[in-house]
Write a protein that binds this ligand. Structure first.
Ligand code: MD6
Ligand code: FE
Length: 216
């Protein structure tokens, strides 16, 4: 971790261990945020945001797209990673160097120096949108962590246990915060409370979340 990154923040607050293997890096992506959002927009120009169908048939509330070799998709057949965007039949846009370097630096800071993501899921939340409690278990190897970057409107991240019924902790996430999530925490249930309305200078009326994974 670079010493000057959090100079204007209480040093005790810059990195917070949420649970063994799970670390919140406050403001880690603040400097890169503008570039990340511009690049997310460029990705969405090729692979548009869409509300995917859940296996049960309902549309997810969160709009999603992907970049990288693999993209996460959901439809009636279930959840999986695929090389082509089902909307266009074309490969997902490549993962830009600014995405890759932010994700590998954050993972390294949190104790995962070998993280090399091959997938980035981009989530877009309108006010009122939530993500229900789930586990991330479609990746091949759970030894690799997930790196999650929050941009734009704030949200409350729900950080649960290994069983769905475990009562989750509520973790406020702001623009530029990064959560790295692996090891013994890798299969914890988690979700996002309904995003409050607001207007963020970087994103307007959206929350944007980038989650980087090693899918294969
Ligand atoms: C979100 N994030 O913050 C959704 N998954 O918009 C996730 O589902 C997530 O933040 C695994 C690890 C970290 C996450
Ligand atoms: Fe998740």
């Amino acid at each position: 971790m670079t010493a000057d990154l959090f100079d204007d923040v209480d040093p005790d607050q810059r990195s917070l261990v949420l649970a063994p293997g799970a670390t919140l890096l406050r403001g880690f992506a603040s400097d890169a945020a503008r570039r990340l959002l511009d690049e997310a927009e460029a990705v969405a120009a090729v692979a548009p945001f869409r509300r995917m169908e859940k296996p049960g048939g309902l549309a997810m509330a969160v709009a999603m797209t992907n970049c990288g070799t693999f993209g996460w998709v959901s439809d009636r057949a279930g959840y999986r990673y695929v090389r082509e965007d089902p909307c266009t039949g074309r490969p997902w846009p490549p993962m830009h160097a600014c995405f890759l370097s932010l994700a590998t630096a954050a993972a390294s800071c949190a104790g995962y120096p070998d993280f090399r993501p091959d997938a980035c899921l981009i989530n877009r939340y309108a006010p009122g949108t939530r993500l229900s409690l789930h586990q991330d278990r479609d990746e091949r190897d759970f030894a690799a962590p997930i790196v999650s970057v929050s941009l734009g409107l704030p949200a409350v991240f729900l950080f649960g246990g290994e069983r769905r019924r475990d009562r989750p902790a509520r973790v406020p996430l702001r623009h530029g915060d990064v959560v790295v999530w692996g090891g013994p925490s890798r299969l914890r249930f988690h979700g996002v409370e309904p995003v409050g309305s607001g207007n963020h200078p970087a994103t307007g009326a959206w929350r944007v979340n980038l989650t980087f994974r090693m899918a294969q």
